[in-house]
Every structure is written in C-alpha cells, then in structure tokens.
Design a protein around this ligand. Sequence first.
Ligand SMILES: NC(=O)c1ccc[n+]([C@@H]2O[C@H](COP(=O)([O-])OP(=O)(O)OC[C@H]3O[C@@H](n4cnc5c(N)ncnc54)[C@H](O)[C@@H]3O)[C@@H](O)[C@H]2O)c1
Length: 102
Amino acid sequence: MSQLRVGVIGAGYWGPNLIRNFTACPHTEVTAIADADANRLRTMGERYPRAKLCPSIEELLAVPLDAVAIATPVSTHHRLASLCLNAGLHLLVEKPLVLSHR
Ligand SMILES: NC(=O)c1ccc[n+]([C@@H]2O[C@H](COP(=O)([O-])OP(=O)(O)OC[C@H]3O[C@@H](n4cnc5c(N)ncnc54)[C@H](O)[C@@H]3O)[C@@H](O)[C@H]2O)c1
C-alpha cells in the first residue's frame, strides 16, 4: 500500500510531535515541512533528511502532497487552512481551529 504524503506546517513546540508520529506510522510519510523560522526548519532537516524543507506555505504547496497538518499559532490557522483546502488537500488543523467565530 502506498503511503499518504503529508506536509506539516509549523515545527515549534507541537509540530515535531506530529512529524514524529506521521513518520512512525507505516501509512504516512512526511514529505515536506514548512516553518517561517529558518533555525527550526534546519533542526527538522537534520532529523528528517528526506523531507523537503519549505520556508513558506507556497513552497510547501508546490510539493506533491495528499494531506497537510497545521501546527502554527491560532491566528494563522484560517489563512493557511484555506490555502490547503483550496489546493484540494486533506487537512488536520491543531486546536483551537480559530480564535473567534465572528
Ligand atoms: N493537540 C494538543 O494537545 C496541542 C498541544 C500544544 C499545542 N497545540 C496547538 O498547536 C498549535 C501550535 O502551537 P505551538 O505551541 O507548537 O506553537 P509554537 O509557537 O511553539 O510553534 C509555532 C510554529 O509555527 C511557525 N509559524 C508561525 N507562522 C507560520 C507561518 N505562517 N508559516 C509557517 N510557519 C509558521 C513558527 O515559526 C513556529 O515554529 C496551536 O494551535 C496550539 O494550540 C495543540
């Protein structure tokens, strides 16, 4: 069975847990990792050399993916999630989804 190609956006406190678990799962592979912080991206690159490192969501969305998981600050969720859904990708967004429903 082929693995689901997952992109993870956000490699701060929580994102590395998602990356670790998607890597450990036999049904998924972490194909791309995006973070706005170059140092965090470099650290992930040392741990996961097969993943493409992306400084922006635009670069991540240029990689062939099946699904994206978002672990960035809540204020960024709506914009990043909208871009992923408009790209036709399956999506997991960390809680809480948004700051306000208004
Ligand atoms: N499920 C849980 O139990 C659980 C636990 C902790 C945190 N969270 C959630 O995870 C999310 C992230 O929390 P955290 O504590 O890891 O935050 P964090 O600040 O430690 O990490 C966020 C990362 O996102 C990056 N980032 C910010 N804006 C970006 C953008 N536009 N594009 C790419 N990267 C960007 C930052 O550089 C940073 O590395 C939040 O929604 C938080 O509520 C969930």
